[in-house]
Design a protein around this ligand. Structure first.
Ligand code: SF4
Length: 451
């Protein structure tokens, strides 16, 4: 087996994907080569997720599978959020793990591999320095993850919000913004690499720049990107925090066509009592007012949000408030989760009193409502023409996303070659083409190339 090969499995969110790509860049710089299968690699790495129960289970199962199939001389390293949060426990749970690296020091991956290679280690090697937050010594890596013509670009990491149910501040530490110039350089590099869509990510993008002394940092960043890379077709904002979508940000979104009329803003609930118990902004009037302001400034606006059902103490009446709220505001895209009991968070003393079957029923009812809303909204696009970023072709059909679809989590647009003679006329992968919408499904749309 070639000693300088690695196989990296990336679990969890887009922010973890960027860390995985950055670790891969550092290993490649060290002369390592990525291989497609774990058994071919001298170093196997799992970049874990650890923020809720189901994600932890998936991370442990991935690690166990690799540990059980490990060859002599192969190294298995666990990195990411699970290791940052549980450290030694991970090695106890998965015998066969050789190295443990926390998410705050992803940039030390090469040092850990070197250390592990130096001599056999009967015990796992831990690299969990007591870093207060995410390291800023990024070693010149491109803090982005490119998939075709689209790229996640990390603008910050960590979080200073006090949401009671969330373990992310425990894992990542407080919010650290990346320098503005660095992000602008990366946006330019990504454009030169053929990227057409930049998806801006952080735990809370609306908090960008506060630690750099910036006011309205996200609006300023967007304006700078539109100036420095005017050719970048799409700029997409993910993970906005309620209460921090400012008039300035709305102005910038309305003034620059590159900035998509799309906003991902996890609201988590709509009942003020629940929101207060979640230690989240509970001013629902602000949500109504701000969404109305955005919809008037951005008539085509698509909104994505996220809700939690079954939060401790959630009554049927409080849950009904959420359904009524969804019915009234009609979001384009909704992600929903059952409350996950998280030891160490400030919600821990509340326990997990809502029975599992009630949580499941509420999740089902919420998604049923959202499916009917989503279908109705999708049907309103039939007959319209939308620009679509083409990401694949299969069986005479091209597949892509419109401005209403963030990568991996929203819908798709299926472009059929109806009326076209040769499949070759299907739009090319990576192209941004106008598509006449001919059909609507619950989450996806169908269409034909607009002539
Ligand atoms: S904003 Fe709240 S939910 Fe989001 S990462 Fe921060 S603490 Fe967690």
């Amino acid at each position: 087996m070639n000693q300088k090969t690695f196989h990296l499995i990336s679990l969890g969110c887009a922010k973890n994907t960027v860390d995985s790509d950055s670790m891969a860049q550092l290993l490649e710089r060290e002369g390592y080569r990525a291989v497609g299968a774990p058994q071919q690699a001298s170093v196997m790495i799992v970049n874990t997720c650890g923020f809720i129960g189901s994600a932890r289970d998936e991370s442990y199962s991935e690690l166990r599978t690799l540990a059980e199939s490990k060859h002599p001389g192969q190294l298995l390293i666990a990195t990411g959020c699970l290791t940052q949060r549980y450290g030694l426990e991970v090695a106890r749970q998965v015998p066969g793990v050789d190295g443990i690296l926390g998410t705050r020091r992803w940039m030390d991956i090469v040092g850990l591999v070197r250390e592990l290679r130096k001599s056999p280690h009967p015990e796992p090697l831990y690299h969990l320095p007591d870093a207060p937050s995410i390291g800023t010594d990024e070693k010149g890596t491109l803090r982005a993850s490119v998939a075709g013509a689209s790229a996640y670009l990390k603008i910050a990491d960590g979080c200073r919000r006090p949401c009671a149910f969330c373990a992310i501040p425990l894992i990542k530490g407080t919010m650290v913004s990346r320098p503005l110039d660095t992000i602008l350089n990366e946006a330019q590099r990504l454009h030169e690499m053929g990227v057409r869509e930049l998806v801006l990510i952080a735990q809370d993008t609306t908090d960008y720049g506060h630690d750099l002394g910036m006011k309205n940092g996200l609006a300023t960043l967007l304006e700078n990107i539109t100036t420095v890379v005017p050719e970048m077709d799409w700029l997409r904002i993910m993970y906005a925090f309620p209460g921090y979508v400012t008039d300035r940000l709305i102005e910038v979104m309305a003034a620059h066509s590159q900035v998509l009329p799309y906003l991902d803003i996890p609201l988590q609930h709509a009942n003020p009592n629940i929101l207060r118990r979640m230690v989240r902004p509970a001013n629902i009037d602000w949500v109504h007012t701000t969404i109305a302001k955005m919809r008037s400034a951005l008539p085509k606006l698509a909104i994505r949000t996220t809700f939690i059902v079954g939060y401790p103490g959630e009554t049927e009446k409080e849950f009904q408030t959420l359904l009524d709220f969804m019915q009234e505001l009609r979001f384009d895209r909704v992600g929903a989760f059952q409350f996950s009991f998280e030891p160490g968070t400030t919600s821990e003393p509340l326990g997990d009193p809502v029975p599992a079957e009630v949580k499941e029923q509420r999740l089902e009812r919420l998604m049923e409502l959202q499916q009917s809303i989503s279908l109705q909204i999708n049907q309103s696009y039939v007959g319209q023409t939308l620009d679509v970023l083409v990401e694949g072709q299969d069986n005479g059909i091209a597949i892509g996303r419109s401005y209403r679809d963030a990568p991996e989590i929203d819908g798709m647009v299926f472009i059929e070659s109806n009326g076209l003679k040769k499949p070759a006329e299907l739009p090319a992968i990576g192209s941004l083409v106008p598509v006449k919408i001919t059909g609507a499904m619950t989450y996806d749309l169908t269409g034909v190339p607009a002539r």
